[in-house]
Design a protein around this ligand. Structure first.
Ligand SMILES: Cc1cc2nc3c(=O)[nH]c(=O)nc-3n(C[C@H](O)[C@H](O)[C@H](O)COP(=O)(O)OP(=O)(O)OC[C@H]3O[C@@H](n4cnc5c(N)ncnc54)[C@H](O)[C@@H]3O)c2cc1C
Length: 597
């Protein structure tokens, strides 16, 4: 009984912390603020915190989704959040070269619609990318975004709780709001993954430190075994700031722009069926994410003229909004069978004892983020170069599609394919790797479905449309993973490649290159790093939408601050880079309004 009571007490403590921590809806809304931020996602939360440090700045944050809930912070259930209202639930358009084994040929692209945005749905993997990513941004005309300049912003957000990494103060900090830690619980298979890396000539590294290439357990944005969303890190501490207001369940439908002055002066939004117009004295800041930010720009008259005209929208400025869409994608789980019972199987871990462990101490398998445990960054051009630029990531999971039925639905895998390939092993212990492309050459696009802000935008993922580079990197990752599976470390568990072929690829010899290329185009998985649709670049860059201070070209008092502005997707997951973008932007905004930084 005592243990059960401990669990209940822990549950109540967590609920109270979350419920009391998140800033509530503003009771009254002013008619004018200094800054209006659209979207309380990763970037919007960081910006709200940093801008309200200046007492005279009155800031309104508008979020389409509702409050974060306690179950959202339980790491193991992250994938299941995609089945809730906290997901915008987007899907790609069918295409010939990818997602062919997904329901209706569409890949599922979830995005967070909740206070905290996609940082509430995400798998909490904390990776910064490579220094060359940012040096490239700067070399393309974006002053202030080279690695030496942005490193301080990565550190500014960070509260590194992994002791041996925290000692490296050149790369880490313990003073920022977002906690970074290793998972409290993982399978022994993740150690095998690291050992297999070493057996095949790799090194164990801190991939957010001096050199990125190598193998590691994952650094997570977690606090004491629970999810630390951008809202918990950046909004909870400013709950009592008088110059900060938030409105939830409010959908911004248009940015108000004076067509003669070409100057933004406010926003229009709808809450509970009622339309509001609020003014921004200084700036409107768009942080609605890489799908919704371009949608809102286009709805407001900023975008490709031909497309806007087609949708009956008057063009204020002709810019390539929505183009340059980039992502990271992978073969949806290269699966291996094992002869032990060491992997995660949901039915084994969803026990009362584990629930009690989680709520009383935040330990046990429920504190393991979706089963994702370790990773490797690899440079396929020169694996031995310890300071190389990785173009491949292997994401190790201590289970597979058969460990949790949520995966099948979340990834949107066609029922017939699932039944043929995975049903025969549905009760087996397994592990899998997502071989993920890091520096894609294919480019997609976000377009408007209509001029109705409540209609979903159209997503052309255009995976594998670059002529071969992208598929070859994933193929390399498949071969590398098979090599790892044959090491002593993995053979201790009797690891064996799952070899039931995908029916639509069965005309190729199993394990031949054409087979795997067919497989990756059938079970194609986004790793959710959608970005780059309002590209940062000088006005001489025909693809640029914002300048290096993130101001929309040709429109005054309007900035975009979120993953959309990245010129190229970094060689890492995008949450930490988005926080960095917002930290850097906050200083730029302060500077532009005469506040010393
Ligand atoms: C399932 C999933 C797993 C992921 N896993 C990882 C991971 O492990 N590690 C990692 O680094 N990254 C991961 N990512 C990516 C990472 O979460 C994003 O790159 C990051 O959160 C992007 O931040 P953002 O501010 O650009 O957008 P978001 O965080 O998506 O924020 C946009 C916000 O704007 C709101 N909004 C949109 N339109 C409107 C409107 N019209 N009116 C009002 N509000 C609006 C949205 O509701 C949302 O809250 C994952 C993402 C997903 C979806």
């Amino acid at each position: 009984w005592n243990t059960i009571l401990d669990g209940i007490a822990g549950f109540l403590r967590d609920s109270a912390e979350l419920y009391n921590g998140e800033p509530p809806d503003a009771k009254t809304i002013r008619s004018e603020y200094d800054f209006i931020i659209i979207g309380a996602g990763t970037a919007g939360c960081v910006l709200s915190n940093r801008l309200t440090e200046v007492e005279k700045f009155k800031v309104l944050l508008i979020e389409a989704g509702d409050a974060e809930q306690i179950f959202m912070d339980i790491p193991i259930v992250a994938t299941m959040l995609q089945f809730t209202n906290a997901n915008w639930d987007y899907h790609t358009e069918p295409q010939k070269a990818a997602c062919m084994g997904m329901r209706s040929g569409r890949c599922s692209w979830p995005r967070g619609k909740v206070v905290g945005g996609s940082s509430v749905l995400h798998s909490m993997m904390h990776t910064r990318g490579n220094r060359r990513d940012y040096d490239k941004w700067a070399a393309n005309g974006n002053t202030g975004w080279d690695y030496n300049s942005v490193l301080k912003y990565f550190k500014k957000s960070e509260n590194m709780q992994i002791d041996e990494l925290a000692k490296d103060i050149k790369y880490h900090s313990t003073k920022g709001p977002i906690n970074i830690q290793n998972s409290h619980w993982r399978t022994p298979l993740s150690d095998a993954f690291l050992q297999a890396g070493v057996e095949t000539g790799g090194k164990i590294v801190d991939y957010n430190g001096e050199k990125q290439i190598g193998y590691s357990h994952i650094q997570f944005t977690m606090k004491n075994g629970t999810r630390m969303s951008a809202s918990r890190a950046f909004l909870h501490p400013i709950k009592n700031r008088e110059n900060f207001h938030i409105i939830k369940k409010a959908m911004v439908t248009k940015i108000l722009i004076n067509p003669w002055k070409k100057q933004a002066y406010g926003v229009e939004f709808v809450k509970e069926g009622k339309k509001y117009r609020i003014k921004a004295k200084r700036e409107v800041i768009l942080s609605a994410g890489a799908i919704n930010s371009p949608q809102l720009l286009m709805l407001s008259g900023i975008g490709p003229k031909g497309h806007l005209t087609e949708k009956n929208i008057t063009t204020l400025i002709d810019l390539p909004v929505g183009y340059n869409l980039q992502d990271h994608w992978a073969l949806g789980g290269l699966t291996f069978l094992i002869n032990s019972t060491d992997s995660i199987r949901f039915e084994n871990i969803a026990t009362l004892n584990n629930v009690i462990d989680y709520f009383s101490q935040h330990t046990g398998p429920l504190s393991a983020p979706t089963g994702t445990e370790a990773l490797a960054f690899i440079n396929t051009k020169d694996e031995k170069n310890e300071d190389g630029y990785p173009d491949l990531e292997l994401i190790f999971v201590g289970g597979s599609l058969v460990s949790q039925s949520a995966y099948k639905y979340a990834f949107s895998i066609d029922e017939n394919i699932y039944d043929a390939v995975y049903k025969p092993i549905h009760d087996r212990h397994t592990w899998m790797v997502f071989p993920m492309l890091l520096l894609p050459e294919s480019r997609g696009r976000i377009a408007l479905g209509s001029n109705n802000p409540f209609d979903k935008p159209i997503i052309y993922a255009n995976y594998f449309t670059d002529g071969g580079h992208d598929e070859n990197i994933i193929l390399y990752g498949i071969r590398k993973t098979i090599q790892l599976s044959k090491t002593k470390a993995f053979q201790k568990f009797g690891s064996k490649l799952h070899d039931i072929p995908i029916p639509r690829c069965a005309h190729h010899r199993f394990d031949s290159d054409p087979y795997w290329i067919c497989a990756m185009k059938t079970i194609t998985n986004t790793i959710y790093h959608h970005c780059c649709t309002a590209k940062m670049g000088p006005s001489s860059d025909p693809e640029a939408v914002v300048d290096s201070r993130l101001r929309v070209h040709g429109i005054k008092r309007l900035r975009v601050v979120d993953a959309s502005v990245m010129p190229q997707v970094p060689a890492g997951h995008t949450n930490a880079p988005t926080m960095m973008v917002a930290e850097n932007a906050a200083d730029m905004i302060k500077e532009d309004w005469g506040i010393p930084i």
